[in-house]
Structure formats: structure tokens, C-alpha cells
Write a protein that binds this ligand. Structure first.
Ligand SMILES: [Zn+2]
Length: 324
């Protein structure tokens, strides 16, 4: 979890120690969410080389990214400070300014989709009354969070309804606009995001459940092994080669990046496969917020190599802007 205060870390550490000393380890922790899950009814498995064969051809999808909020969270969570590049740059633990983005893309036949959910309107009014709730709002360093465009406002100015939400992963800062998304909108997410018990799940599971309350089941992408061995899995989402889901496990089990083909070139939404500009430019994977740092490093490498082979790709990182 991002921006977690020392007090909350201590509570989590105590919970972990107690569970561990009970001889039950973390098997009695909680899952990231108890929200129901079904297989996605979208997505055709393709080879990474198929994606690369099409990626530089202009496509019909248009994209909009807005800044939902400014925030500050722990640098050591965003960037692996043990990485030699981070040490060489003299990076130290501290607060890092970040943003929460709300991305949307419009497909000419399939409609308007969100990539992650931005922030709920109520969070900008009174965090204690939002789905985040007062205790977690404090733990998340929410007093430094400044809402700039809430999701209700964004949806309100669209000319058509939302056809679906493509989540990069289930961390709170990527689903905390969900309460503003109409309940009938399908939510798509990578495989295994709700799997695995941990002490963290005891704290964050109820929050995730609150954010998703009233929504239909999470629809999990069904990735298969990439025959070209470029990625952990690739889906042609609509079967027309315009919108792609790419498995990038590591930050979380089911972390997923999305690539869309627009009239002016491809756009890649990395999610938190890379949070920061430093991480992208110095090839340093996310830090302590990660589920599996070595896998996160491998997934970041695969995305960076994709962009090196196709430098026209417009890369939109998890929490900082490469274009400024
Ligand atoms: Zn994030």
C-alpha cells in the first residue's frame, strides 16, 4: 500500500509476527478482496510478435489522460532503492510527489473505456466519508492528496456511457474512483489479483471490498503463454488488433499493461509496472510496494525493450509523467 504511515506499518508487522508465531504463518491472513471473480468474456490470446507487427500502424482509438489527484508517498515503495542505479543516483527514503491518473480511450465501435478509476468525488469533499474511510485515509497519507478531477466529474462531461473499466491492478489507488462508476459497468482485471492471503489483506481487503461494493464480478483476463517469449502473455482485447492487454506480473500477481493504437501512434499504459520517471529512465523496478521484485524487474525490462524497438510508443507511467 502506498504512503503507509509508520504507525500502520507497525500494526501490520505485529499482525505478521503474531500470525507467524502461531505457527500458521500468513495462511490465516486475508485475501486482497472477497469480491467475486469470473473469466473475462473479452480477449483473444496472441503472440507478442503479433502485437509488434501491428503496433506502429495508426489505429482508430483515441485517448485522454487527466490528472485525478496529486499525492505524496514513500519513495522506497515506488523505486527499489537497493538497485545499483538508485544507489548511484543517491536516492534515499523520503516522500516522492506523484499523481493519480485517470485514463480513458474511445473505440469507434466498442465505446468509451476507463483505464483504472481515478478518485471518487467524495474523497475530495471529505475522505472520512468516502469508501476509503477515516482510518485508511489516515494510513494512506490522504491529507497530502489533492483531488484535481474526480471521476464523477470526468464521467459527467462524456458524451456516451462508460462501456467498461480496464484495471491495471487492484491496489486502492487504482480503484478508489470505483464508487463513481455506474454499477452495471464491467470491470476487467489481470489473473490472480484477488488470490493469496497476507497480513496486508486483513487491512486492505475490506477497503477493496468497499470500493467494489455493488459492482458485478471482476472479469479476469485469461492470458496464455506467449509463443514468441516476449511477454508473460498478450491478449488482443477486441480481436481487431487495436487494443491489447499485456501481462506484466510482479508489482502484483495480475498486473496488466494496456496498449492502444491511435491515429497518431501507439499509447502504452504501464500501470505500476513502473510508477516513476526515474524508474523508467534508469530501468529500476518498483520497490517495497511490490509483490515480487525480481518478477517486477523482468516485466519492466520486457516493456522497456518493447519501447526501445518501437520508440514511437507514447508511454504513460503509473504515477508520473514522462512528457513534462
Ligand atoms: Zn499505484
Amino acid at each position: 500500500m502506498k504512503g503507509m504511515k509508520r504507525r500502520t506499518k507497525i500494526v501490520l508487522a505485529v499482525v505478521a509476527v503474531v500470525l507467524g508465531s502461531a505457527g500458521t504463518t500468513l495462511a490465516v491472513g486475508a485475501r486482497p478482496t472477497s469480491h467475486p471473480v469470473v473469466a473475462a468474456d473479452l480477449g483473444t490470446s496472441r503472440a507478442g510478435s503479433d502485437l509488434e507487427g501491428l503496433v506502429d500502424q495508426p489505429g482508430p482509438v483515441t485517448v485522454e489522460t487527466v490528472v485525478a489527484a496529486d499525492w505524496e508517498v514513500d519513495r522506497e515503495g515506488l523505486i527499489n532503492l537497493e538497485h545499483p542505479e538508485a544507489k548511484a543516483a543517491g536516492l534515499h527514503p523520503g516522500k516522492e510527489p506523484i499523481r493519480i491518473f485517470l485514463h480513458a480511450f474511445r473505440h469507434p465501435q466498442r465505446g468509451l473505456f476507463l483505464v483504472d478509476t481515478g478518485v471518487e468525488h467524495a474523497l475530495g469533499v471529505d475522505p472520512a466519508k468516502s469508501a476509503v474511510g477515516p482510518w485508511v485515509a489516515s494510513a494512506m497519507n490522504a491529507e497530502t492528496l489533492r483531488v484535481r478531477t474526480d471521476t464523477a466529474a470526468f464521467i459527467g462531461r462524456q458524451s456516451s456511457p462508460i462501456s467498461g473499466v480496464f484495471l491495471t491492478h487492484l491496489h486502492a489507488d487504482h480503484i478508489m474512483g470505483s464508487p463513481d462508476v455506474p454499477a452495471n459497468v464491467p470491470l476487467f482485471v489481470g489473473p490472480g489479483e484477488s488470490a493469496g492471503r497476507s497480513a496486508m489483506g486483513l487491512v486492505m481487503g475490506p477497503l477493496t471490498d468497499r470500493e467494489l461494493a455493488g459492482k458485478g464480478p471482476l472479469r479476469e483476463w485469461r492470458f496464455e503463454a506467449d509463443p514468441s517469449h516476449l511477454f508473460a502473455g498478450v491478449l488482443d482485447v477486441f480481436g481487431d488488433g487495436t487494443v491489447w492487454a499485456v501481462a506484466v506480473p510482479g508489482h502484483t500477481r495480475g498486473s496488466t499493461a494496456y496498449l492502444v493504437r491511435t491515429p497518431t501512434g501507439p499509447v502504452l499504459f504501464t500501470g505500476d509496472a513502473c510508477h516513476t520517471r526515474f524508474g523508467w529512465e534508469h530501468h529500476v523496478e518498483p520497490g517495497t510496494f511490490s509483490w515480487d521484485v525480481p518478477r517486477s524487474r523482468e516485466s519492466l525490462k520486457q516493456l522497456e525493450e518493447l519501447v526501445a524497438r518501437h520508440p514511437r510508443i507514447d508511454v504513460r507511467l503509473g504515477h508520473q509523467d514522462l512528457r513534462e
